[in-house]
Write a protein that binds this ligand. Structure first.
Ligand code: PBG
Length: 324
């Protein structure tokens, strides 16, 4: 064939492929989500094979291993005993609660490890919603006031990055103001900016026993059908003072990651959520997919779409591959 232009020339050898590679994934791009509970023993999570609910001692060990692997940050999710849940979710701002104790233990053991915390009421709410519920409605402004107390409690314990995942309107501005008022101006806000009402969160709610008792989250989380609306949320979060913006889920929302990347100069995070993890993990466990290859490809795709960093249950496994 008379073919002067042959794209395959750039793929001819490993060296050429390395030179022409557009996207690089590194362990420094990963954040490890960790589930914790207030027990001395660790517990396998039935809805998320391969993940555990850790005791505080094990949490510290896990985080230490992640750090050794070059992972810069962990994010904490607490399973709260039913006896501590209430309609007002007051346990979320208990200074001696599970999360503040976990933060203090982690920062004492590894001052350089970044500790990121989830700001939302669902683990603490007897209704299982991210906000306060009144006659079936999720209250916005009243919820924001509680979120501020929760964030202050986490900041006081030493959290580096607080991550509101509740999707209430105006919470980023309110959190920034509350933190600054108490002289926590050094604490970052990573906002779950475009968080969709997704069925991919199912296994996570099993891990925490935090599924809504009634209704769904569609009046606060975004409609999966909407793309332009993500741009609106980004603009608001940027104006309200977010330091980083997040898209969640990741794999089925690469168009949103790409859009958000184009609309802001802030760092963009993406969350490869529990359902995404399980699709790969379970197919691999059945012998149907090559876990390592598919895991790495899924993470690379999220970066290629425009994410600067990725929250993923594969963080340690992926870091090991990247280091080998
Ligand atoms: C709670 C929260 C959820 C996730 C992170 N924070 C669940 C939800 O919104 O119902 C999901 C994470 C995952 O599925 O891995 N605010």
């Amino acid at each position: 064939m008379d073919l002067p232009i042959r794209p395959r020339r750039n793929r001819k050898s490993a060296g050429l492929r390395a030179l022409t590679r557009e996207t690089l994934l590194s362990e420094g791009d990963l954040v490890l989500p960790l589930f914790i509970h207030d027990l001395e023993v660790d517990e396998a999570i039935e809805s998320m094979p391969g993940c555990m609910r850790w005791s505080l001692a094990s949490l510290v060990r896990e985080a230490g291993e992640a750090m050794e692997l070059g992972i810069p940050a962990v994010v904490l999710f607490p399973a709260i005993d039913d006896s501590l849940k209430s309609p007002g979710a007051e346990e979320c701002f208990n200074r001696e609660g599970l999360v503040p104790r976990a933060i203090r233990a982690l920062k004492a053991a590894y001052p350089k490890l970044l500790v990121m915390t989830d700001v939302a009421l669902d683990p603490y709410s007897s209704d299982g919603h991210d906000g306060l519920v009144k006659e079936g409605e999720i209250l916005n402004d009243e919820t924001v006031a509680v979120l501020c107390k929760q964030a202050l409690c986490q900041a006081e314990a030493g959290a580096d990055i607080i991550a509101p995942s509740d999707m209430m309107d105006g919470r980023v501005a309110a959190l920034r103001e509350a933190l600054d008022r108490e002289a926590y101006e050094g604490v970052s806000i990573c906002s779950y900016t475009a968080k969709y009402a997704s069925a991919f969160y199912g296994p996570f709610r099993g891990a925490l026993g935090s599924a809504p008792k009634a209704g769904d989250k569609k009046t606060y989380q975004m409609d999966p059908a909407n793309r332009r609306e993500a741009g609106r949320e980004v603009r608001l979060d940027e104006e309200e003072g977010a330091d980083m913006v997040m898209v969640k889920p990741a794999g089925a929302y690469l168009d949103i990651i790409s859009d958000v990347r184009g609309k802001t100069s802030l760092p963009v995070a993406a969350y490869q959520v529990s359902g995404e993890y399980l699709m790969i993990q379970s197919a691999a466990a059945a012998g149907w997919l090559d876990e390592e290859a598919v895991m790495m490809e899924s993470l690379l795709a999220i970066k290629r779409a425009g994410a600067d960093f990725i929250l993923t249950y594969f963080a340690k496994k992926a870091a090991r591959v990247l280091r080998s």
